[in-house]
Write a protein that binds this ligand. Structure first.
Ligand SMILES: C[S@@+](CC[C@H](N)C(=O)[O-])C[C@H]1O[C@@H](n2cnc3c(N)ncnc32)[C@H](O)[C@@H]1O
Length: 383
């Protein structure tokens, strides 16, 4: 006898997409992946006898059947993978979380104190540093290309000893490598996560430059300690952290960086970005889809990573970041040094003086062509 086709990977991908909007149990999804429709109906009956598979004429009846009759319902178009997935997903939600079918609303901004970043929430995921480490190792956020771009930028314009302030430094695992062969003399790493800084301390134990690590909120640091810190930073690095801030905090971030930098200094900014016309909802849908389909994460790790994006990532489009930097007094328009094919991960450099033309070599695929020719060569002055 011919066996019915199983649901397979496409089906599970649909479920994973739906899972962005409401919590779901990954183990359940894995189980159903290999089931035929008949097996699925049996499985559901076994799991919870009052549930059974029914066919209804239209989506409103399907919804009613699921909410009121607690049945896995689908319309006659049940060959449609997305629809089956939706029905099953909603049923699993009922099974796992009682009778509520309310989707978790997507936050419109960080929900920390005074509408600012929820720092503890945003940093919590980094307590499990191994997950982020493996994301970097597999270059899923394009760290390799970004660090190459930073090295090229720094080597071209920072020829004399300089100081670096790294905001949201994490475990600083790539700092020594990225700045090898440059004139880096003083490094200050700031991070709100004690676990990250503990790892950073180990990573930089043998660094050939002076190291200071400060456990605090980066805006707090820029507002208080940075003004009196010596030497003033010639270079500020902010990597994959500013997208956690509220819009108002992002504005303050750029202003404070501009005030903190030594004369002639630069801000090297790499982060998550929204595409030009993308809403936050569309960004969350697209980025969590990329994570679910291309990052190879499973189970709790996949859930936690997608939840982190949903709850704590508030990236801006490139034009907004350019405007914030320009308003803060950085030279217009900022230099795009790297953008990945999806437009999510970018490296942009902002200067307080026009940059020399040779500072933007195109060393690998994905590096953007230099923007308008820089007006004059600049020999970086030491502080
Ligand atoms: C995605 S990691 C980036 C680490 C590193 N910069 C990189 O490029 O891989 C974000 C880091 O920012 C830290 N962080 C998030 N919000 C922060 C804040 N408001 N102040 C200081 N650190 C923060 C987190 O603890 C985490 O270590």
């Amino acid at each position: 006898m011919d066996r019915e086709p199983t649901y397979g990977a496409t089906f599970v991908r649909h479920l994973a997409k739906l899972g962005r909007h409401t919590p779901y149990r990954y183990e359940d999804l894995r189980l159903v992946k290999a089931m035929s429709q008949t097996e699925l109906a049996d499985w559901i009956k076994g799991k919870c006898p009052e549930f059974s598979l029914v066919v209804r004429d239209n989506p409103a009846e399907v919804a009613a059947a699921m909410v009121h009759e607690k049945r896995l319902a689908m319309t006659a178009r049940s060959g449609d993978m997305a629809e089956i997935a939706l029905s099953l997903f909603e049923l699993l939600t009922l099974l796992s979380w009682g009778s509520t079918m309310t989707a978790t609303p997507l936050p419109t901004g960080p929900d920390g104190r005074d509408g600012g970043q929820d720092v503890a929430g945003a940093t919590a995921i980094f307590a499990q540093w191994q997950v982020y480490e493996s994301i970097i190792d597999r270059d899923l956020m394009r760290h390799r290309e970004i660090y190459a771009g930073i090295h090229a930028f720094v080597a071209a314009i920072y020829r004399r000893p300089f100081s670096l302030l790294d905001l949201g430094c994490g475990d600083a695992s790539s700092i020594a490598r990225t700045f090898a062969g440059t004139a880096l003399a003083h490094y200050t790493g700031v991070d709100a996560s004690a676990a990250a800084l503990q790892a950073a301390r180990r990573q930089l134990a043998a660094a050939p430059f002076h190291v200071a690590l400060v456990e605090t909120d980066l805006l707090e640091y820029l507002t208080t300690a940075a003004a009196s810190a010596r030497p003033r930073p010639d270079l500020i690095l902010a990597g994959f952290v500013v997208h956690h801030l509220s819009f108002d905090e992002k504005r303050r971030f750029f202003s404070r960086c501009r005030e903190t930098l030594a004369p002639g200094g630069s801000l090297v900014f790499y982060d998550l970005f929204r595409r030009a016309t993308e809403t936050r909802e569309q960004f969350v849908a697209a980025y969590t889809d990329l994570i679910a389909t291309r990052w190879g994460l499973v189970g709790q790790t996949l859930d936690d990573t997608c939840r982190h994006v949903r709850e704590h990532d508030f990236p801006e489009p490139l034009a907004t970041i350019f405007k914030l930097a320009h308003d803060a007094g950085f030279t217009q328009p900022g230099e795009e040094r790297f953008t990945d094919a999806d437009g999510f991960h970018r490296l942009v450099c902002f200067a307080t003086e026009p940059l020399p033309a040779q500072s933007a070599p195109r060393t690998h695929a994905g590096i953007q062509p230099p923007r308008a020719a820089r007006s004059r060569k600049r020999n970086r002055r030491p502080d």
